[in-house]
Design a protein around this ligand. Structure first.
Ligand code: ADP
Ligand code: MG
Length: 624
């Protein structure tokens, strides 16, 4: 029917069968996230304004050219109504019938299938198939649409429906350009006539809609979609304000990454590393902080699965026009598109960090101090990215100044070409590591050792396994193959060994310590300490054992440990003599040596037994 024929005629039209079916579900569903209807209606209003903006470029005879481009929301808690008004393109009669009476979009079948079959009527999906408008019937018992097309000389219309079976279209005079949608709220949906509630919902879902949203004379979407603007045109203050808004923060961001990509997916992303890591201050595990948009319309706030979990400290937005609007939480997680987004963004962000590290070491170190723990988490747990994270890791080492960091690249560059391994040792502090026995063999050979201070470090380095062709090896592992010492040191070794019955001593020690150690053997690497604990299990470093012991204090006995003794050390030489003269006291000394070695490895010792033993040893030393 032509539009002219409809003028001055009331007509009642049936909804298309699929629409009836859909409305039946929408009206009767007990869907809990009903507030998303407002996102749908605002998104439609914004679309209409966007179309108008485009059309205005060529259409010189547009209706009401002086009207501002804006969306107005009018809640009325007396009448229990809510009106959403826009000054967009509006609709002709035919457009009304077509857009609000049928389902033009293909693919809606799949949506029906989903709705009909699932018990949980996930209406969040509703916009995905071009039927977002009908979500109004989740909260409204009657919907009244007043609309007038922007075409010059157009007629205005009223569209009314209670969502059951049919709708009525009536010509209306005196309308200005655009569309006004009035919802007569259901009795159980009165909350949507409250101004405060509406304001909250608008700010939650539609804050970055690029047209002003007015609520009782107040513009409630405060922040613009600045991520879609050209980088060069955005002022620092605007970025700063946006960061504060999106991160709910009061400080300034540490880093900002604003980038666009076209392939393999269209992405416009604006990401911030916050000024502080709140997890560090015991605020509990952070929620993801990056929201997903499609053409400035919020798809999912703080989108789970958009980025790897270890990037949960990032704040910001990702806008991709390739993402279907209203993709559901469930679909998000395993969508191939989201996987692509994740890959591109993560790769880009890691590259960005690498650039920052090169550009300004001090600032990168500040980042590392605050957020390094997240990169470690990624390197330890995420096998997709751990190779990319590796160059970003920072450590102290035996060749770094205290408090300064080195990278694995620094280590590899410095190491002699024939050195096959990268060595690391874990301890609570630089002082404790350097006082312990494990460094001795490295120090005397001038081999750099990375110091790690957190248990996660060992998981990171164990998982990484190698870097640039060099194996990552914990300095407390058994079977370290260190280069031979020079001749002089070797001679000295020979001399001190004279007179020591090493085979019998190690056998005696093993017998004395029993199950506490799997093996007692001569150390090839100790220089200044009498003994040390070595891990026979290649994957379990002492620091990992410390973690396990913290969970289960009996874990120590499962570690598979060896005691290595230094046959050049006075205490060991003396012990061999003592066991032949006074075996009982020698046994005490052996146990003390073992406990000391455990303590040097940072492992748990029984303090009561140790103190007791110490007194007995002291008593003898003092009285002799
Ligand atoms: P979608 O927005 O995905 O197309 P909707 O069900 O939300 O699906 O809307 C259907 C159609 O109705 C829109 O495509 C548009 O043509 C029309 N429409 C809805 N709201 C408005 C509005 N405020 N102004 C102009 N046209 C509108
Ligand atoms: Mg829509």
């Amino acid at each position: 029917m032509a539009a002219e024929n409809a003028v001055n005629q009331n007509e009642t039209l049936e909804f298309q069968a699929e629409v009836k079916q859909l409305l039946d579900i929408v009206i009767n569903s007990l869907y809990t996230d009903r507030e998303i209807f407002l996102r749908e209606l605002i998104s439609n209003a914004a679309d209409a304004l966007e179309k108008l903006r485009y059309r205005s470029i060529t259409d010189k005879d547009m209706l009401d050219p002086g009207l501002p481009y804006e969306i107005t929301i009018e809640p009325n808690d007396q009448d229990k109504t809510l009106t959403i008004k826009d000054t967009g393109v509006g609709m002709t009669r035919d457009e009304l019938v077509e857009n609000l009476g049928t389902i033009a979009h293909s693919g809606s079948k799949a949506f029906f299938q989903h709705l009909v079959e699932s018990d949980r009527k996930d209406l969040n999906l509703i916009g995905q198939f071009g039927v977002g408008f009908y979500s109004a019937f989740m909260v409204a018992k009657k919907v009244r649409v007043l609309t007038r097309s922007c075409r010059a000389g157009s007629q205005g219309y009223e569209w009314v429906s209670d969502g059951v079976g049919s709708f009525t279209i009536t010509p209306v005079d005196g309308l200005s350009r655009g569309t006004s949608i009035m919802l007569e709220l259901k009795d159980d949906a009165a909350e949507f006539s409250s101004k405060d509630n509406i304001k909250r919902i608008v700010q939650r879902y539609s804050n970055f809609v690029p047209f002003p949203i007015m609520l009782e004379g107040e513009k409630v979407n405060t922040v613009q979609a600045i991520w879609t603007r050209n980088k060069n045109e955005i002022k620092e203050e605007e970025y700063a304000e946006f960061y504060k808004f999106i991160a709910n923060a009061f400080d300034d961001a540490l880093f900002r990454l604003h980038f666009t990509a076209d392939a393999p997916v269209a992405i416009n992303a604006l990401l911030f590393v916050p000024g502080e890591n709140l997890e560090r201050f015991g605020f509990g595990k952070m929620e993801p902080g990056v929201s997903l948009y499609c053409r400035k319309v919020l798809i999912q706030q703080k989108a789970e699965g958009l980025l790897p979990e270890w990037l949960r400290f990032l704040k910001g937005v990702v806008d991709s026009e390739d993402i279907p609007i209203n993709i559901s939480r469930e679909t998000m997680q395993d969508s191939a598109l989201v996987a692509k987004l994740r890959k591109v963004i993560t790769g880009r962000f890691l590259k960005f960090l690498g650039e920052r590290a090169k550009e300004n070491t001090e600032k990168y170190n500040e980042f590392w101090n605050k957020f390094g723990i997240f990169l470690k988490e990624g390197a330890a747990s995420d096998f997709t990215y751990n190779k990319d994270i590796a160059p970003l890791l920072r450590f102290e080492s035996s060749k770094s100044e205290p408090g300064k960091y080195i990278s694995l690249d620094d280590y590899v560059e410095r190491a002699p070409e024939n050195q096959k391994n990268i060595y690391y040792i874990n301890g609570p502090s630089r002082e404790l590591i350097e006082a312990g026995p494990y460094l001795e063999a490295f120090r005397i050979r001038d081999i750099e050792v990375i110091y790690t201070h957190e248990p996660v470090d060992d998981f990171v380095l164990t998982n990484l396994a190698e870097y640039k062709g060099k194996k990552l090896v914990s300095a407390d592992q058994a079977d370290l193959e260190l280069p031979e010492l020079d001749q002089e040191a070797a001679n000295q070794e020979e001399q001190t060994l004279e007179g020591l019955d090493l085979r019998n001593l190690t056998a005696w020690l093993k017998q004395t310590l029993g199950d506490r150690v799997e093996e007692v053997r001569e150390s090839k690497r100790l220089v200044d300490s009498p003994a040390m604990i070595i891990n026979l299990n290649g994957f379990m470093t002492s620091s990992m054992q410390r973690v396990m012991q913290a969970v289960n204090k009996d874990f120590g006995s499962m570690g598979g440990k060896a005691l290595e003794i230094n046959p050049r050390h006075k205490i060991i030489i003396g012990l061999d003599l003592l066991r032949q003269k006074d075996e009982e006291f020698a046994r005490l000394a052996a146990e003390q040596i073992y406990d000391n070695a455990l303590a040097a490895a940072g492992l748990v010792v029984d303090p009561r037994a140790m103190v007791d033993r110490m007194y007995r040893i002291l008593e003898r030393a003092i009285n002799e």
